[in-house]
Design a protein around this ligand. Structure first.
Ligand code: TXA
Ligand code: MG
Length: 346
């Protein structure tokens, strides 16, 4: 196998953090995937690219590896993680009573940015499920992730490769900056093409429901299933409302962030000297360089750029970040959800 077919330009780099300086290998090939699999089998952590965000991979059947994963992220132990698999046929290694709808959704959207929540097999560790009776499963589409999963031939627990409560990484260097030496290897597969985390659908009950919106929209899932999904309050709330509860503090930049309707933008920008702006308009006159990003009106492009833009703002340490409220509509729901969470943490 030569270089994996990349959708993004630039070489694939493997960074090994077991040395003081990362080892750089020009392209991810069969032998580097084999090494990554050995590292995973030894209970260490390997960060790898998916089409959504970078994942921090650990052997989902190894309690020590999972303990290391939670420690690296600083994540509370009762938070469940997604198990990444290579083939729909592997669903039944992790889940029981798999309904036909799981295979229908798998056929339509896998490999891709969709996670299915199903009743778990009894052997699935509590560290994976957070002690719940369900397990979340996904087949990612990034060629490096797929090659790793096929070669590993098991389940990889892979939360986003950031420390708890921070923005998910969409580039290998984000992982390195955030998690550093806690990770044995970082497989660099370029910038993530989707850019926000997968859509999570719970299909354990009589009615399926979206638990986390993403770039696979609720109407597109409903079209495939031929029925409506159950309403989910958290998907319909007003983006400017601050929702109490610890879960909303995920996906946050370090700088306080506020989402503002277009008509309030100019006033909001003027409130502080150093305001970072993510808006659909061109930069205002004399706005400090690097602190204005003209947002795309295409939700797919907006999502792809979102975390990288917020990270670049954070690095410049403005007083706050103002984001112009994105449009309504299901194709913007994933983006609206992440902005709501980022604003709630401020
Ligand atoms: O796109 C993604 O899903 C990325 C990439 C790396 O695959 N992963 C990701 O993982 O976002 P993480 O751990 O950052 O978020 C996993 C989400 C959490 O909100 C968690 O509560 C939910 O999945 N989850 C995991 N298992 C669950 C379960 N059994 N029932 C309900 N929610 C679950
Ligand atoms: Mg995460």
């Amino acid at each position: 196998m030569s270089k994996f077919n990349q959708r993004t330009p630039g070489p694939c780099v493997v960074q090994s953090k077991s040395l003081s300086k990362p080892e750089m290998i020009e392209s991810v090939d069969e032998s580097t995937i084999e090494r990554a699999v050995e590292v995973l089998r030894s209970g260490q952590l390997v960060a790898f690219p998916t089409e959504t965000v970078y994942g921090l991979g650990a052997d989902a059947g190894n309690p020590q590896a999972l303990a290391r994963l939670y420690a690296a992220k600083g994540r509370p132990a009762n938070h469940p993680v997604i198990v990444h698999i290579a083939e729909p046929a592997m669903l039944e290694r992790w889940a029981v009573n798999v309904p036909d709808s799981a295979y229908t959704l798998a056929q339509a959207f896998w490999p891709g940015p969709l996670t299915l929540v199903l009743p778990r097999c009894t052997h699935v560790l509590d560290q994976v499920t957070g002690g719940q009776e369900t397990v979340a499963l996904r087949i990612p589409s990034h060629p490096v992730a797929l090659a790793l999963l096929r070669s590993f031939d098991g389940g990889l627990a892979a939360p986003s490769a950031n420390s708890f409560g921070k923005l998910s990484p969409t580039k290998a260097e984000d992982v390195e900056r955030d998690l550093g030496s806690a990770v044995a290897m970082i497989l660099d597969g370029g910038a993530c093409q989707v850019g926000i985390e997968s859509t999570i659908v719970d299909i354990t009950g009589d009615e399926a429901r979206v638990l986390r919106p993403g770039m696979i929209s609720q109407p597109s899932i409903e079209r495939v299933l031929g029925k409506k999904l159950a309403a989910n309050d958290s998907n319909t709330h007003n983006i400017t409302v601050r929702v109490p509860g610890s879960h909303v503090s995920h996906y946050a930049p370090s700088t306080p962030l506020q989402v503002i309707p277009a008509e309030g933008l100019t006033t909001a920008i003027g409130r502080f000297k150093q305001t970072a702006v993510l808006a659909f308009a061109d930069p205002g006159n004399n706005h400090p360089s690097g602190l204005w990003h003209k947002a795309s009106r295409d939700p797919a492009v907006y999502a792809r750029e979102l975390y990288a833009v917020l990270r670049s703002f954070d690095r410049l340490q403005p007083e706050w970040i103002v984001v112009e409220q994105p449009p309504d509509g299901p194709e913007w729901q994933g983006v609206r959800d992440r902005l709501l969470r980022a604003a709630s943490a401020s």
